[in-house]
Structures are given as C-alpha cells and as structure tokens.
Design a binder for this molecule. Structure first.
Ligand SMILES: NC(=O)c1ccc[n+]([C@@H]2O[C@H](COP(=O)([O-])OP(=O)(O)OC[C@H]3O[C@@H](n4cnc5c(N)ncnc54)[C@H](OP(=O)(O)O)[C@@H]3O)[C@@H](O)[C@H]2O)c1
Length: 255
C-alpha cells in the first residue's frame, strides 16, 4: 500500500473524542487522534484587520462583526479606518494599524502584496504574541490575466513568519470574494476556507473563526511551506470568475 493510501484518516465529527485505544498486543493504551472538528470557542476574541479599509478587509470585518465578533479595522491613517468602521456599524472600531494590532487578539493581514513586508516589519512589536492570519495573495496581472508571483521566502505567509518571529503566523481566507463578503443581502458565504500553520492550536482557532461566518467552514490544509499553492490558486479562481462571470469559492469534498 502506498504511504498516501495508507494514511490513517481521523474520525468524522463527533466520534471518538478523548477515547483511548490499545495496540494489537493489548499493551500500552494510546490516545485516539483528536477530533478535527473539536474547535475552540472564539466568540470572545477581538479580531483586527490590517488594511481593513480595502474590499477584502472591509468584507471580513463586516462578516465577523455580523457574526458577533468584536472587530477593529486598521489603516495607515486612523481617520480612514474610523470612517470605514462608521460605515460598517455593528460596533466595528477603526484605528491606525499599530493600534489595531495592539488591541486585537487575532490580526488579519489584508494589505496588498506590495506593502506586505514593510507593513509587517513596522508592526513586529505590536504583533508579538498575537495570532496573525495572512490572507495575502502575491499576484501579478498582465494582458493574459492574473498569475502567481514567487516570493523569495516561498509565500506571503512564510514572509510573514520570517518577519514576525514572535507572532503565531497562520494563513487563511485567500479564496474569498470581497464582493460577496460585502454584500449585505447575502446571508451565507458558500465556501471552505483552507487554513495553514505550524501549530495545531492556532490553526484550530482560525478554523473556528472561519466557522463563525454562516456557510463557511475552515479546513486544515497543511503547514506554511505549502502556502504558496494556496495563495497562487487565486490566479486560477480569477480566471474562473472572468470566464463564468462568477464569484467562485472552494469546497473540499469527503471532509
Ligand atoms: N479583494 C479580494 O477579493 C481578496 C480576496 C482574498 C484575498 N485578498 C488579499 O487581501 C489583500 C487586500 O486586498 P484588497 O483588495 O482589499 O486590497 P487593497 O484595497 O489594494 O488594499 C487594502 C488596504 O491596504 C492599505 N494599503 C494600500 N497600499 C498599501 C501599502 N503599500 N502598504 C500598506 N497598506 C496599504 C489601504 O488601506 P489604507 O490606505 O487605509 O492604509 C487599502 O485600503 C491583498 O493582499 C489580496 O491579495 C483579496
């Protein structure tokens, strides 16, 4: 049997949580794999969004606030963030990026790739100890459409991890349509959210956060060294959207 075919898949939701089993010889009990759907309660966390005045950040801020999360929009200029927050309502606050990072438990990075490194370098101190979620897609555009750039560090997420050694860096929310996120008439966002990171407690938390938005489901999708494919896939989704006049999302089957 190939290694891939022989992978032990974890149990489906709700089964075997916390159970113990014995090996074939009946000796030492070993814990059963943790239920992948046993996710933490994140409802009390404050979510900050760097670059939250743009369509993606604003859309995420809106959805999390609508789900009951405390949200702070960040901007290079506090007044722009406050204006955006005022438009959203729902208790959303606005601050400059540094203040947003300082006051949030979880910080989503939603700035353009061009400003990614500089923004994170400047916020290293404020982001220390924080859970950072990078949703940046390094893309280029030409007459043929969108294409994936190849960051020196491997991906935007790995660049974030390199620049923020004292933060807990994860990657998620790359494949969302900002148009759908911001459309108040849309109740549910029909998509999975691929979540990457090095530490299970952190990726579980991000999955739980994704699950706060009706219709969304967070799925663990590997470590940050595999973030490049996930970020790059957006170039394909943009092609899908252009051909079919759609706002395509993603679903992972059999999970
Ligand atoms: N749009 C989407 O559908 C979508 C979906 C998934 C992921 N993403 C990713 O999310 C990120 C944000 O996307 P977006 O479309 O919202 O981008 P955007 O509108 O171009 O930028 C977002 C905000 O970032 C700030 N910003 C602009 N240039 C900056 C720079 N050089 N340095 C620091 N901050 C800067 C601006 O806010 P202030 O001027 O107020 O500081 C701007 O409003 C991108 O990396 C994108 O790949 C986008």
């Amino acid at each position: 049997m190939s290694q891939e075919a022989g992978l032990a898949f974890p149990s489906r939701a709700g089964s075997n949580v916390g159970a113990m089993t014995t090996n074939d010889s009946g000796s030492a009990p070993k814990p059963v794999a943790k239920d992948p759907w046993d996710l933490p309660d994140v409802s009390g966390l404050t979510v900050g969004v760097l670059g939250g005045t743009g369509p993606q950040g604003r859309g995420l801020a809106y959805r999390f606030a609508r789900a009951g999360q405390k949200v702070i929009i960040g901007s290079r200029a506090a007044e722009r963030a406050q204006a955006a927050a005022g438009e959203l309502g729902l208790g959303v606050e606005g601050a400059d990026n540094a203040d947003c990072a300082r006051r949030s438990d979880v910080v989503i990075v939603a700035v353009p790739w061009d400003g990614h490194a500089k923004t994170l370098e400047s916020l290293r101190e404020e982001l220390a100890g924080k859970l950072v979620i990078d949703c940046v897609n390094p893309l280029g555009f030409d007459k043929q459409g969108a294409y994936a750039l190849k960051p020196e560090e491997g991906s935007a997420a790995e660049q974030a991890a390199a620049l923020l050694p004292d933060s807990r860096v994860t990657a998620a929310f790359h494949h969302l349509s900002a148009v759908l996120l911001q459309d108040e008439a849309i109740e549910e966002i029909d998509t999975d959210v691929l979540v990457l990171g090095e530490v299970r407690a952190d990726t579980d938390l991000v999955q739980a956060l994704a699950g706060r938005i009706p219709g969304m489901r967070g799925i663990f999708a590997g470590r940050l060294r595999n973030a490049h494919q996930v970020e790059s896939l957006v170039a394909n989704l943009i092609s899908v959207n252009r051909r079919y006049k759609a706002h395509a999302g993603l679903r992972t089957t059999d999970v």
